[in-house]
Write a protein that binds this ligand. Structure first.
Ligand code: F0G
Length: 458
């Protein structure tokens, strides 16, 4: 008999989690004003709020922490990280930062000016936030297929070269400091970008005279998809693929909380020495001296080891197959989802799941809270709540897709947990017609409301 697939690691340390009753969860959810961010983590049985900073470190990462060099300047931990960044991405210079958005803050402080245009593939919220905060504009150039929930395309994170070229033609090139390519594209459902597309985007950017920066949070998952889906890459290692990917970039921002499998950390990688030198000033102001930038030596050691492990095929195969395992089960129950499945998460299509709820009543928020009530599983709303209000009109912005994201932490849950999650959602799906109304906002902050908004049931 052919031997089945199984995880590429075993478990050495465990953390208890507790199941709760439906009555308890009803009480807790009410106290949280129906916002899952307001729940105590201990009230959650399986936490799929995010895959960011929630991964399990390996024995090698923990032992690397003991060797952390906590010198203020020139620590060996910094030098080791520098060597691995050079080896993986080919960049000579880098700046450590405390997380991904801090990397964006430092780099964009240097590059993004009032009135600038930054094209990309569905920019992540903090990326867009850092662009708009500087009174510049993010222009989405993602291919149209990405906006169709079930149309098959192996690389739905790709940029549409015509859309991109139109941006280059429409605005003076001095107004376009760079193109940002997000790998994988979180906003469009954890979808990868092909090597071919990376190559073409880079060539087009060079033709018009601008830079390409990779938002790299899930770069290794992207490389896995290139290896398994793109012609000509089957026999290459993940590390070889990563090296080629980054030959089409002038720099990178990294949230190490994802594919470097650490709980905190980030960095910026630079091709141009001059850009590194200029950005260093902002790093010192916002993050810390250039050789630690908001991270302790031990954290840099764990990150460095995590980058090496995160780019191993066996690890990535275990990870991405687990996400697909959950997706495949949900599919057998008929649950509407975004397909193909993303690298880090399954995205439920809330509009199709609960078509009876009007968009004014926050469809995806309702679905996320129903999933919590059903089984103590915490997911995150990616819909109208997150899209927030238009800054000028203060009207709700209603996105095309209302989604609930089930983000899977790395190396944390077993497939039995995935079975539990699938059954929880299947139960909600079975009783979906009994869910009649959504929510009304009681209180909300002026921006980024999804974190703290308070709701009441209708
Ligand atoms: N870029 C992408 C593509 C991200 O997904 C994130 C974070 C960031 C940048 C910012 O990094 O959190 O380290 O400051 N995404 C998390 C998520 C929060 O849940 O998807 P950070």
């Amino acid at each position: 008999m052919e031997l089945p697939f199984a995880e590429s690691y075993k478990i050495k340390m465990v953390e208890p989690i507790r199941r709760s009753t439906r009555e308890e969860r009803e009480e807790w959810l009410k106290e949280a004003y129906y916002n899952l961010f307001n729940l105590r983590a201990e009230y959650v049985y399986i936490d799929l709020l995010t895959d960011s900073g929630t991964g399990a470190m390996s024995d090698r990462q923990w032992s690397a922490m003991m060797l952390g060099d906590e010198s203020y300047a020139g620590a060996s931990s910094y030098l080791k990280m520098k060597a691995v960044i050079k080896e993986l991405f080919g960049f000579n210079d880098f700046l450590p930062t405390h997380q991904g958005r801090a990397a964006e803050n430092v780099l964009f402080s240097l590059l993004v000016k009032n009135g600038d245009i930054v094209p990309g593939n569905s920019h992540f919220d903090t990326t867009k936030g850092h662009i708009e905060f500087r009174h510049a504009h993010a222009v989405d150039c993602t291919i149209d297929e990405a906006f169709h929930p079930t149309e098959f395309h192996p690389f739905k994170g790709n940029l549409d070269l015509n859309k991109l070229e139109n941006v280059f033609k429409k605005y003076p090139i001095e107004k376009i400091p760079f193109v940002v390519v997000t790998l994988t594209c979180n906003t469009s459902g954890g979808q990868p970008v092909s090597m071919q597309n990376l190559k073409e985007v880079y060539a087009l950017a060079k033709k018009y005279g601008t830079r390409v920066i990779f938002d790299s949070a899930r770069f290794a998952e992207n490389a896995y998809f290139i290896k398994t889906r793109e012609e000509g890459y089957q026999d290459k290692t993940i590390k070889e693929i990563v090296k080629e990917m980054y030959s089409y970039a002038d720099g990178m921002t990294m949230s190490s909380k994802k594919d470097a499998i650490v709980n905190m950390g980030g960095f910026i990688g630079f091709r141009e020495r001059k850009m590194y030198e200029e950005a260093s000033v902002y790093n010192i102001m916002f993050e810390g001296f250039v050789t630690y930038g908001g991270m302790s030596g031990r954290d840099m050691n764990a990150l460095t080891q995590g980058l090496l492990e995160g780019t191993e095929f066996d690890y990535l195969e275990t990870r991405i197959k687990q996400v697909a395992y959950l997706g495949d089960q949900l599919k057998t129950y008929g649950v509407p989802m975004l397909e193909p499945f993303g690298g880090h998460a399954i995205f439920l299509n809330a509009k199709e799941f609960l078509p009876q709820i009007p968009k004014e009543e926050y469809i995806a928020q309702k679905l996320a809270t129903e999933i919590y009530l059903e089984g103590g599983v915490r997911a995150v709303e990616i819909g109208t709540m997150l899209a927030d209000r238009d800054p000028d009109t203060r009207e709700n912005r209603y996105p095309e897709l209302e989604m609930v994201r089930l983000a899977i932490p790395r190396r944390v849950y077993t497939n039995s947990h995935m079975d539990y999650v699938a059954a929880t959602i299947a139960n909600v799906f079975e009783r979906r017609n009994e869910i009649k109304r959504g929510y009304k906002i009681l209180r909300e902050p002026p921006i980024m409301r999804h974190f703290t908004v308070e709701l009441e049931t209708l």
